[in-house]
Design a protein around this ligand. Structure first.
Ligand SMILES: C[S@@+](CC[C@H](N)C(=O)[O-])C[C@H]1O[C@@H](n2cnc3c(N)ncnc32)[C@H](O)[C@@H]1O
Length: 238
């Protein structure tokens, strides 16, 4: 089945839902180590693997995505995980969705800023930064120019297999671009983890390679009990 108004209908309609149910590893590591409560927003939530993890950790989560089928799968998964009352879905374009200033204790945007034209991505980022409360955490993942789907070097020269959904990515981030945004004074972030890496993806379609940048950060001044991913040097016996 397909739906011309929802490019992600078919991937989210599968029995084996695209992107799987394993949450983004750095986000999961943070949620495992830090007590969480309050409001979270998951932008480009897809079928909700990060939404569900945020809700399990204690957040009330608004999951925003263009895909109505994704929203249905999120609601099913949230009910099955016993966190249905903490998850709200919103079928909307993240470019139009209002992010209330100073309203969120966690903001997640896993591979969605790269699905937006560059100017829109920057506007959404600015609203994310304004929406993050003191003490809040932000998690962002974007595809980079290392990705074989990129029309820029080095990805454009790669003969590694591309994602079946590569056509939806329109804005591959340059080296250090996400780090640059995160370290601007106006962002007011303290970075807990940043890396740019390659990764083989087996969560949907034929195996394929990705170039990714990932950012885990808190608002400047926040010092949660974070020991890294994987956890390094935790207190003995804890
Ligand atoms: C690669 S998927 C990632 C899904 C999810 N974050 C995950 O990691 O499992 C990208 C998602 O972004 C959504 N998306 C793309 N452009 C969007 C937009 N302008 N507004 C809202 N969602 C969008 C797509 O519908 C899709 O679900």
């Amino acid at each position: 089945m397909s739906d011309p108004t929802d490019p992600f209908f078919e991937p989210y309609d599968r029995d084996q839902i695209a992107y799987g149910d394993v949450p983004s590893a750095p986000l999961a590591a943070y949620l495992d180590q830090v007590d969480c409560s309050g409001q979270a927003i998951d932008l480009g939530a897809g079928a909700g693997r990060d939404t569900i993890e945020l809700a399990k950790a204690g957040f009330h989560v608004t999951a925003v995505d263009l895909s109505p089928r994704g929203a249905e799968r999120i609601r099913q998964r949230a009910e099955a995980a016993g966190v249905g009352s903490r998850v709200q879905t919103c079928v909307a374009n993240v470019c139009d969705h209002e992010i209330q200033p100073d309203a969120f204790d966690a903001i997640c945007a896993t591979t969605v800023l790269d699905h937006l034209p560059a100017d829109d991505a920057r506007r959404v980022w600015n609203r994310m930064m304004a929406g993050l409360r003191n003490g809040g955490v932000v998690y962002v993942e974007v595809h980079t120019t290392e990705d074989p789907g990129s029309d820029r070097w080095p990805g454009s020269q790669s003969d590694a297999p591309q994602s079946e959904t590569a056509a939806a990515v329109v804005n591959y981030f340059a080296p250090n671009q996400l780090a640059g945004w995160a370290t601007e004074e106006a962002s007011a972030l303290r970075i807990l983890r940043y890396e740019e890496r390659l990764e083989w993806d087996y969560t949907h379609g034929p195996e394929h390679l990705h170039g990714k940048a990932i950012l885990l950060a808190v608002k400047t001044g926040a010092h949660p009990p974070w020991y890294g991913q994987p956890v390094a040097f935790p207190r003995r016996g804890a």
